[in-house]
Design a protein around this ligand. Structure first.
Ligand code: GLU
Length: 297
């Protein structure tokens, strides 16, 4: 836990490919947020999904961050911390589940009250016992029958989700033994005493279930700042798989880092010179903090 009462922030990339400008902008904002408040900043590699990890991505990410001048005080690698996730899962009300994705989807489609959200809600088929004991089982958390509301500091919005009907029993460990991101993020943020989470807006809908996990484990809830994702000229979200230009390519092509930072700042509507240092942007973030709830699209 963070006993000094200062801000502890983090940037938590998944080493599944090269950082693109959208990742760099999130990394920049997370760094600015921590440093603007004189806090401690962590770099956490979220590499539990080993099938998607690219071994070279750790070093490339570190080099990209260093090149941009976004330093960190400590590094954490999730894949080395399995025992912590195991221990946390053991403290929760869980059951083994052998339903396949297809079975879950079929059950959802058959049920009268099928939700219209993008994400199918697990209907609890295995709650009373595994359907196919011979199959490898996932571990699911029996979510409390309650609603959880979370506030986002960037937009000022509050999101409430009913855990049973809108989220469903959360997978904590997949049937291939991989611990789920939702569990790991909650365990790691608490263990490091993270007070402020600055991350991409794509994770906002997952926040209530993470807060529910924090409550069930007796862990504190940090403040959340979900920052907008970057889009390309077609209006599509930048993605590692979508061929978005990588920071590594810009770096290796000899583009000045100051120019990349300047264009990231420009994309946030900040009026800055053509080349800047990361620390030149601190006053802009402080201004943003002052004008909280400013919606940026
Ligand atoms: N590893 C996640 C990602 O790269 C971020 C998780 C988080 O910041 O909570 O999208």
């Amino acid at each position: 836990m963070n006993l000094e009462g200062g801000v502890v922030g983090r940037y938590a990339p998944s080493p599944t490919g090269a950082m693109h400008l959208g990742n760099a902008r999130t990394a920049l904002l997370a760094w600015l947020h921590t440093r603007a408040q004189g806090g401690r900043h962590l770099l956490r590699f979220e590499d539990l999904d080993t099938g998607r990890v690219r071994p070279w991505a750790y070093d490339v990410t570190r080099m990209d961050l260093e090149w941009l001048g976004l330093d960190w005080d400590e590094e954490v690698i999730q894949s080395s911390r399995q025992a912590r996730y195991e221990a946390a899962a053991a403290r929760l009300d869980t059951y083994r589940c052998t339903c396949t994705r297809r079975e879950v989807l079929a059950a959802v489609q058959d049920s009268a009250g099928a939700p219209h959200g993008a994400e199918p809600v697990y209907p609890g088929t295995c709650r009373a016992g595994s359907v196919s004991p011979a199959r490898p089982a996932a571990l699911r958390w029996r979510v409390p029958d309650t609603a959880v509301c979370v506030r986002d500091e960037w937009t000022g919005d509050t999101l409430c989700q009913d855990l049973t009907s809108e989220v469903g029993d959360v997978v904590l460990r997949r049937n291939d033994g991989v611990f789920a991101y939702h569990l790991a993020v909650v365990v790691d943020d608490a263990q490091a005493g993270v007070t402020d989470v600055v991350r991409g807006a794509d994770l906002w809908p997952a926040t209530p279930r993470q807060v529910a996990l924090q409550r069930a484990l007796g862990l504190p809830t940090p403040r959340y700042w979900h920052v907008p994702l970057m889009h390309d000229y077609r209006g599509e979200r930048l993605a590692k798989r979508g061929g978005a230009p990588s920071v590594q390519a810009l770096r290796e092509a000899g583009t000045p880092a100051g120019q990349v930072l300047s264009s990231l700042a420009g994309s946030l509507g900040w009026a800055v010179p053509e080349q800047v240092n990361a620390s030149d942007l601190l006053p802009f973030w402080r201004g943003q903090l002052g004008a909280r709830h400013h919606k940026l699209r």
